[in-house]
Design a protein around this ligand. Structure first.
Ligand code: GH3
Ligand code: MG
Ligand code: MG
Length: 311
């Protein structure tokens, strides 16, 4: 067996309990015992246990109910159930209620060692898989604001453009840049600036639909992908954002920023203004730039650039 662990044995037969305890203890495991599910649940409240071996036929509370209650407690402790009937139905039912594995009685004690090892190994593998998924997700998230980062944005935009292209659907991109953000940093300090970025990200998230994807593009710039939307509707979303931000009372400890934050938004639409991701970013960026030049705190639409030039 691997490293010594703490095992809880639940069985109403005194003799069986103590023999199994002696056997498992020989391998340096710490073994706790309970004669029914209620007593076992009390032990779980007091001790950290690595593994449970429980009979299915128990007084007061049957093994399946007990297993379910362990799960309901939110404890990730593997439960191996022992069943006297070699019926596959009972075993299946036990597995459905959350048991990690089962063994039919009577069994050779050496056999349970093998099952314990397999169950613990599976648990470890599952934890590792969960962790790598967690880290993968982390690397798609911007540390400061908690929204998606540039890397994720780029991946998603490419993916969405492909999808929209396939189904011939419209999509828009908003590039959003905080106005005069340098002044916020200069006047209140970088840490306050960070808080403003965080609150802005939160406000953006609140202003969009759940299918829209908001990311931090970099610095004080954000990008919002609006799938399945016509340019006119996308303009409305942009306008709502431009109106929302200056209405928000930015509260950062010991400062008096209040309602002095505004943003400029550049809008470009697929397929009208660009037929690929790179060009869509470039064109929404151009629109943003012209919005800044035109006085900030507004949405500027890429498609209108030509019209503005002619005026
Ligand atoms: P404009 O209205 O033209 O956008 O002016 P601006 O001052 O917002 O733009 P500029 O590009 O001159 O300045 C952006 C500033 O954003 C400079 C940089 O120090 C600051 N900044 C970028 N990333 C962060 C960050 O993570 N935290 C803080 N506090 N500031 C940041
Ligand atoms: Mg700016
Ligand atoms: Mg900027």
């Amino acid at each position: 067996m691997g490293e010594p662990i703490r095992i809880l044995v639940v069985d109403d037969e005194e003799n069986f309990r103590s023999t199994l305890k002696d056997f498992l203890s020989e391998y340096d495991n710490e073994v706790l015992t309970a004669e029914n599910g209620v007593e076992a649940l009390e032990i779980l409240d007091k001790f950290d246990v690595n593994l449970i071996i429980s009979d299915l036929r128990l007084p007061i509370m049957d093994g399946i109910t007990f297993t379910r209650k362990v799960r309901e407690k939110g404890k990730e402790i593997p439960v191996i159930v022992m069943t006297a009937y070699a019926s596959i139905e009972t075993a299946v039912e036990a597995m459905k209620s959350g048991a990690a594995d089962y063994i039919t009685k009577p069994f050779k004690f050496e056999h349970i060692l093998f099952i314990i090892e397999r169950v613990l190994e599976t648990k470890k593998l599952r934890e590792l898989a969960g962790k790598s998924e967690y880290y993968r997700k982390l690397s798609n998230i911007d540390d400061l604001t908690g929204i998606h980062n540039y890397r994720f944005f780029k991946e998603m935009l490419k993916h969405e453009i492909e999808r929209h292209s396939r189904y011939n659907r419209p999509l828009s991109l908003l590039m959003i840049d905080i106005d005069n953000f340098k002044e916020v940093n200069d006047n209140y300090g970088h840490l306050v600036g960070d808080q403003v970025l965080k609150q802005t990200a939160h406000l953006l998230k609140k202003s969009i639909r759940s299918c829209d994807i908001v990311s931090r593009y970099g610095g004080e710039e954000f990008a919002v992908i609006l799938p399945e939307i016509l340019p006119d509707e996308a303009l409305k979303v942009g306008e709502r954002i431009v109106q929302t931000i200056p209405c928000h009372d930015f509260k950062v400890a010991d400062t008096n920023i209040g309602k002095e934050i505004s943003v400029t938004v550049g809008l470009a639409s697929f397929p009208k203004d660009a037929d690929n991701a790179k060009l869509l970013i470039e064109n929404s960026d151009k629109a943003l730039y012209l919005g800044k030049q035109a006085g900030k705190n507004q949405v500027f639409v890429f498609a209108n650039i030509g019209l503005q030039m002619k005026v």
